[in-house]
Design a binder for this molecule. Sequence first.
Ligand code: SAM
Length: 186
Amino acid sequence: MNTNILKNTTELAKALCERYIDEDSIAVDGTCGNGNDTLWLAGKCKKVYAFDIQKAATDATSEVLMQAGFENVKVINDTHEKIAEYVAEPVNLFMFNLGYLPGGDKHITTDSAATLQALDAALEILKVDGLICVIMYWGHPQGTEERKAVLAWAAGLDKGKYHCIHTDMINQPNCPPEILLVTCKR
Ligand SMILES: C[S@@+](CC[C@H](N)C(=O)[O-])C[C@H]1O[C@@H](n2cnc3c(N)ncnc32)[C@H](O)[C@@H]1O
């Protein structure tokens, strides 16, 4: 395999996330959508919690997991703002793939207020040396606003406790997706 991870934001995000998980890890997919990221996490972690507000998304994710024979995922048809109500253990990796469900209703997208609340909840249960990975699609108005809010949130985090990195494909046109990574240092 010769995957050039710098050509594809999702592959780049996964390559970075992979460093933070192993077969004993707990992961949360905050936006499971069609289940692609959840399926990937299920194959690498001990346990995965997968959230989505759309029933069509959680049904699709459950189906994909069943087909692949994974039983280590709790699929939750609820908003990621309520992470604390469902996840009562320290987490190695959170993934938030923002935006709308590919192939679904483009009007149902992640929104800034809920995303920031979910990110705050994630910080509360993120392990030391754990990772929050946010993939931001900002080529639509709500995504632009959300990206601004998420980056402002990260920029305001305690520099002694968290380390934040933001990727930007600077020579690519049309608002290419960006990644925000937050790790807990202590
Ligand atoms: C870009 S898609 C995720 C793609 C997915 N990771 C995959 O692998 O197919 C974004 C998803 O976020 C979901 N979403 C929007 N607001 C949400 C919320 N408050 N809580 C949980 N999921 C939400 C949407 O329903 C949509 O399915």
